[in-house]
Design a protein around this ligand. Sequence first.
Ligand code: NAP
Length: 280
Amino acid sequence: MIIDGKKIASELREELKQEVLKLREKYNKVPGLTVILIGDMAPSQIYVRNKEKSAIEVGLKSEVLRYKETIDEKIILDKIKELNKDDDVSGILVQLPLPKHINKQKVIETILPSKDVDGFHPMNVGNLSSGYESSIPCTPLGCYLLIKKIEPNLNGKKAVIVGRSNLNGKPMTQLLLKENCTVTITHSKTKNLKAECLEADIIVAAVGIPELVKGDWVKKDAIIIDVGINKTNKGIVGDVAFKEVSKVAKALTPVPGGVGPMTIACLLKNTVECFKRSQK
Ligand code: NAP
């Protein structure tokens, strides 16, 4: 089965749209998302345009603040502090990567944890790993929702996460642990990745190496989530050898059209959740 991320993301956006209508009725206001975009890198411009378009589509108040590449770090930090105090702003996202002269961690830690829709603030990272309520990074949250669509009961399943980034692999591990999976997290120093993958009921590949996970690395009936986005001369491919793996796996996400659309939908979901928590 090919997991249709586009369709599932569109269903999620529709649910959020209905929820936003109800929130508007109840509170006489809607959740607001503010995105800070620094510089004019083409991929960031495209991501931010898509985020803005989707936010408006579900009825959120959306604002994009654009700054020149050479902007002072202090101006960005002061703007974040101002947004932290603004009741109309439920979520703040600073589009990464940042220019070298701006300290990423300082920026992340200046965002109020309750408005951190990316889930990167150490407080949210800690809350997620302690099992408390938190914002969850959008891509792993999207992967998690896709897995749950295919297999609602993950109790006792063996999951192998390929890649241990703070952005993807580590939060993915926490989400699957919470579902009572037995999770193995692998990385560039893992001795026998193929053998680890062959044990897995679920594989989440977030590496950045084109088609690393091969057909003979995958157990029959496994669920495979491919986070990778790699530009090659064949076009965009994932971290999983799609053709080979699709012959073996029970369910597999395509690239593009799998995890990507879920990432943006989950950003909107996080904004709605931040708004709801702020009203409590
Ligand atoms: P990252 O920060 O570069 O982390 C890559 C991870 O893969 C590291 O933990 C690294 O191990 C591990 N790794 C490298 N070579 C390996 C190997 N041969 N075997 C096993 N593990 C290996 O990457 P990321 O930010 O998580 O992104 C991963 C991929 O996802 C990229 O293609 C990126 O473009 C894509 N992505 C997609 C979305 C989306 O919305 N679909 C969002 C974000 C990222 P070490 O820790 O040992 O170095």
